[in-house]
Design a protein. Structure first.
Length: 419
């Protein structure tokens, strides 16, 4: 009886066979939260108060640091094609821990910019980059589900992190919180990193082209051209469709999370009350991640890419026009569904379209625009807040930007169906 392809292996069996490497990915995903906007923004009030900054000023410094980190990542990302997963992961983890320690000592504008730069580069940037490239390379037919499983790490962090951090800040102070985070971070992953990143027989068979080599998803050619960065930059579809699919949600999600204190006030709830709704986010994010994973493996990332973006658009509308608790429940539910689906789909989409041989530099090439969008969002929305724009003004901007990738994906990948 012939061996099944990876796409035919049940998810439960995939977990049983590959739990070590999938755990590695989930831990990297979880701890990338240290450099994510939702996490840093939880300290916004205390930092703005100590440094006497407005929403717009803080957003501006955040944008500067994020933009510089994007440029750095454009070059640093190529290391994923040169170093082993273990070595690059260890370097990134240690560097991020030092950066978090540094952030606890910020005392002025320059150290604030430097601290944000390091957290964004190493947390949101390299931690995510390293594990997602490794997962996309080691699994093909099971790529969607593997990315979905590992992506749950950040979903868990986003759901349990805010209420815990808010309580810790109130109890022991924001600087002490960072010191505790560094210790827990290092103890939870570094002692196990070597074993978790070892290649398995399943991965070796997949990479060698044996019977375990996964079948290509429907409508995806088996002969995928291996793009390098110079090829990518000449590809029209990359600029018109792929890049907006990656950049638009980065702009929207970052803007929402960075200014969540303002949005909570606009909805007449406390930050702690707002943070409790992340439970709905967590549940739907997990559902979205697995739904996206199955769709990627059995249909393709391209054909299913519009679904997650549509959920994000619906969530924004709910936040804008909804009332009381129901509005927040619907918003966080659709927001979570979108986050879970888009994260898995984005990483798989690049591998489907451009191959995995040079995936490190390919993914790094998307980062400047992606991170730039997450840098522009806080400052643009922050200035709008300072100028007196209310919830309606902010939501209209986010809805317009989020609508484009939905339309582009439907027309290019589904209506035209040119491949």
């Amino acid at each position: 009886m012939p061996e099944r392809s990876a796409a035919q292996i049940p998810t439960a069996e995939l977990l049983k066979l590959e739990w070590r490497f999938l755990t590695y990915g989930a831990l990297m995903s979880f701890w990338s939260s240290i450099g994510q906007t939702f996490f840093i923004s939880l300290f916004s009030l205390e930092i703005r108060t100590e440094l006497s900054l407005s929403h717009g000023e803080f957003g501006g410094y955040y944008a500067i640091a994020t933009m510089v980190s994007a440029v750095t990542l454009f070059w640093l990302g190529k290391l994923a094609d040169k170093l082993t997963v273990f070595r690059l992961s260890l370097i990134t983890i240690i560097a991020l821990a030092i950066s978090a320690l540094f952030f606890s000592f910020i005392s002025g504008i320059l150290t604030l910019i430097g601290g944000i730069y390091l957290l964004r580069l190493l947390g949101q940037g390299m931690m995510t980059h390293v594990y997602s490239v490794a997962i996309a390379r080691r699994y093909k037919g099971a790529r969607g589900r593997a990315l979905a499983i590992t992506g749950i790490g950040i979903n868990i962090a986003e759901s349990i992190g805010p209420p815990i951090i808010v309580l810790m800040i109130a109890g022991i102070g924001w600087r002490q919180v960072w010191l505790i985070i560094v210790v827990i971070f290092l103890l939870s992953i570094t002692p196990f990193l070597s074993r978790l990143t070892q290649k398995t027989t399943f991965q070796e068979k997949s990479l060698s082209g044996s019977n375990n080599t996964p079948k290509a998803p429907q409508n995806i050619s088996n002969a995928i051209k291996e793009f390098k960065r110079k090829d990518l930059l000449k590809n029209a579809e990359f600029w018109v469709v792929i890049l907006p699919l990656i950049a638009a949600p980065s702009f929207t999600i970052t803007g929402i999370l960075f200014h969540q204190i303002f949005l909570a006030d606009a909805k007449l709830v406390t930050l702690f009350h707002w943070s409790k709704y992340y439970a709905f986010y967590a549940l739907t994010a997990i559902i979205g991640a697995f739904l996206s994973g199955f769709l990627i493996d059995w249909v393709s990332a391209r054909k299913s890419s519009f679904i997650g973006h549509s959920a994000l658009l619906i969530g924004l509308i709910c936040l804008w026009i909804g009332h009381a608790s129901l509005a927040l429940i619907l918003f966080f539910s659709f927001f979570g569904l979108a986050s879970g689906m888009i994260t898995s789909n984005t990483n798989a989409l690049l591998a489907e379209k451009y191959g995995t041989k040079w995936l490190g530099e390919i993914r790094a090439a998307t980062q400047p625009v992606t991170v730039a969008s997450s840098a522009i969002s806080p400052i643009l929305l922050g200035v709008m807040i300072d100028k007196g724009f209310g919830l309606t003004g902010l939501m209209l901007v986010l809805i317009i930007i989020s609508a484009y990738p939905v339309i582009a994906a439907i027309v290019n990948f589904n209506v035209l169906a040119h491949e």
